[in-house]
Design a protein around this ligand. Structure first.
Ligand code: SF4
Length: 499
């Protein structure tokens, strides 16, 4: 979901926006400040923690109807993205969104409301801590601190309860990961390890050797956010130029930045941020582990993970899933950073009915379906940097594979229109990179597990889009025919094949 797409040629859009307006819009958009993209205006609804209720689903479906969009997209931050808008949202629409919690009533903080939560928070039998109250407390803090509106609109905080669907490997600026040194202390010890973003764009945040009690978490987040604000001002940032947290940390150095944070905390505790090998690495959840039916920690209840192909969610599906959640669940839907969603709190007796209703909406619920693990960036329709129409090509591939192949294990396939890889931060099994040596004939460069695989041939290294389905189908057939056994994953197979 690229944001660099905002700096585009206005002539190409044919819109009457002056240059200053375009520069002001060249930021990560929020609902009050759309950005300019190749296909029109682009905006995002921040959904703190990714949790929607059924009333909000109704409001979102009405919004799409009012502005003439057929679908929106769940982003890899578990927010909602609307694109190809012809104008800013009307004030009465914004008022309605704010009234049902889909926009901040204080416009200053709308852009920094991104907060990611384990999508199974509070329902995961393996989690150490239910982080929902923590995320809510952080949201309340932001609401009371509009001065933080100066932070980058990409700023986001991750809350990971240490369960089976972790998000600590997602590229948030700050992550709090629940940890326990002893399995015996799982329920008693509620500590969080602090992680800060210091690496390259798209990297997971790194542990900085600080453990926090539950009560210390929000004060620490507040102190870091306020220190980040101080750093932005020191770097000469303003409403248009907003350095990321990692730039501020690099500017000061980690030790000096931690001294600033300590001062913000008014000396309530001594600590020094340092690169720490002692803390656990960010936990990577399989991108598909939430799909399908799973028992919850609450006896007799289940959650159901549903696939949204390329994160697309149509009006009918929003209305339909909102109704299903209200009728059979607790009225909530949880968006995931893998651009899918979860319906929690379903009774065993209703599962078959719910699955049938969801299938009738055209949505699948299994990780093995070809559309389950496809990712694609905006592509040529939405990004001036794209060499290829990634979205169209990805859907064509999913349709082809669904018709011809039966996958018995999940497989991740990523389409990227250029080498920036906006839509995926981790390595896919198969990646198709847009390449455009000749503007008349876009091509894809094929990589398998990050490398050109030994069993690919010269002829399929650079693929025209129309040959992608057959080439990928052949790869899958090769894997199926030559793997050691049905349990061998595609990644293990290709690595073995390389020797
Ligand atoms: S083409 Fe490149 S810059 Fe544009 S959205 Fe895709 S990955 Fe991002």
């Amino acid at each position: 979901m690229g944001t660099c797409e905002s700096t585009i040629s206005l002539r190409r859009m044919g819109k009457e926006l002056d240059v200053l307006s375009a520069i002001e819009r060249a930021i990560c958009p929020d609902i009050y400040h759309p950005a300019v993209a190749s296909d029109g205006l682009l905006t995002r609804l921040r959904i703190p923690g990714g949790v929607l209720n059924s009333a909000q689903c109704v409001a979102i479906a009405q919004l799409l109807g009012a502005i003439g969009l057929e679908y929106l997209q769940v982003t890899n931050r578990a927010n909602l993205q609307l694109r190809a808008l012809s104008r800013d949202l009307a004030p009465e629409l914004l008022t309605k969104l704010a009234a049902c919690g889909l926009a901040a009533s204080n416009t200053a903080i709308e852009g920094i409301r991104s907060m990611m939560m384990s999508p199974t928070a509070g329902i995961d039998a393996r989690e150490l801590v239910d982080v929902r109250p923590l995320a809510a407390a952080w949201h309340e803090y932001l609401d009371r601190h509009p001065e933080l509106g100066i932070l980058s609109t990409k700023f986001s905080v991750g809350f990971d309860g240490g369960g089976s669907v972790g998000i600590s490997d997602r590229p948030n600026d700050i992550t709090l990961l629940a940890v326990s040194d002893s399995p015996m202390e799982r329920l008693r010890q509620r500590e969080f390890s602090l992680y800060l973003s210091m690496g390259d764009r798209g990297d997971a945040p790194s542990p900085v050797g600080v453990r926090l009690t539950l009560a210390e978490c929000v004060p620490m987040l507040a102190a870091i956010a306020q220190s980040y604000r101080v750093g932005i001002l020191a770097l000469g940032g303003d409403s248009r130029r907003k350095p990321r947290l990692r730039s501020v940390i690099h500017y000061y150095g980690l030790a000096e930045f931690s001294a600033i944070v300590r001062r913000e905390l008014a000396g309530s505790r001594h600590f020094i941020f340092k690169n720490s090998d002692l803390e656990p690495d960010p936990i990577s959840a399989n991108a598909d582990c939430h799909l399908g039916v799973h028992p919850q920690r609450q006896a007799g209840l289940y959650y159901l993970g549903v696939v949204l192909p390329l994160g697309r969610w149509t009006i009918a599906q929003i209305q339909g899933l909102g109704s299903i959640a209200a009728r059979y669940g607790s009225g909530n839907i949880r968006l995931t950073p893998w651009q899918n969603l979860i319906i929690p709190d379903l009774q065993a007796v209703d599962l078959k009915t719910v699955q049938g209703l969801i299938s009738a909406l055209g949505l699948v619920q299994t990780a093995n379906h070809p559309s389950s693990l496809l990712r694609a960036c905006a592509g040529t329709t939405g990004c001036q940097f794209s060499a290829t129409d990634t979205q169209t090509d990805a859907i064509a591939l999913a349709d082809y594979l669904a018709a011809k192949y039966s996958l018995d294990r999940p497989l991740s396939i990523h389409f990227s229109g250029c080498d920036k890889s906006c839509a995926q931060h981790d390595r896919a099994d198969i990646t198709l990179w847009g390449d455009n040596p000749n503007p008349e004939s876009p091509r894809y460069r094929l990589e398998i597990d990050g490398l050109t695989a030994a069993f690919t041939t010269e002829s399929i290294d650079l693929l025209p889009p129309e040959r992608v389905p057959i080439a990928i189908g052949n790869l899958i057939a090769t894997y199926h025919q030559n793997r050691l056994n049905p349990q061998e994953s595609f990644r293990s197979f290709t690595r073995r094949d390389r020797g």
